[in-house]
Design a protein around this ligand. Sequence first.
Ligand code: ATP
Length: 235
Amino acid sequence: MLEVDGIHTYYGSIHALRGVSLRIAAGEVVTLIGANGAGKTTTLMSISSVTPVREGRITFKGDDITRMSSERIVARGVTQVPEGRMIFPALTVEENLRMGAYLRKDRDGVRRDADMVYDLFPVLRERRRQHGGTLSGGEQQMLAIGRALMAQPRLLLLDEPSLGLAPIVVENIFEVIRQINRAGTTVLLVEQNAQMALSVAHRGYVLATGQVIMEGTSEELLNDPKVRAAYLGED
Ligand code: ATP
């Protein structure tokens, strides 16, 4: 579904990605793990064309999307849930969800999908008339995921969904990620919480200083002594 082939991305003179390649098949959950500053967020930003790729190629379902606008990439079915959630604090939950569907014209479908989001996250239904800014961190994360689902993604890019959340909320969000995947959406998940990420993903890539240094099935990575020492907090 997605092929990232040797991409290089810069912030000014900072060479953030140094030839990153990865592949995701339809139906998979794939995770990118790695330390702070390894280039995980930049990889997602490059796929959605928020930061321009200087070298290399990204194809989605066979089409070159490397230099396509972010809006057209969303229209093709790739939607990102940014780190820090970035919901609209002054809009209600319902309005935030509608913003996720701004490219869609099928009103009935939009209503059905809002119901689907409320079924996934019942607390959002209870709070649908509340402003986004009044929600807890976990609820804002749910809203950010819900808003992305309103664009009917084929591929969902999730950046650090567990960041700053209590373990019980993280469990809940990861269970919903499993459900979203079972319902047919492919997922690329960026996480510092490697243990959680590998528990939900089929496969993973390890990034360090802008390069892929290891890849494998989640089981292989969970059992790898180097991964265990560096990313799973074990000696
Ligand atoms: P984190 O978990 O901290 O988000 P990450 O693995 O997602 O880490 P990136 O945010 O992709 O890493 O950062 C990769 C490199 O690019 C780092 O060296 C970082 O300092 C640099 N970088 C990221 N964003 C910017 C920016 N807006 N301007 C300049 N440098 C940046």
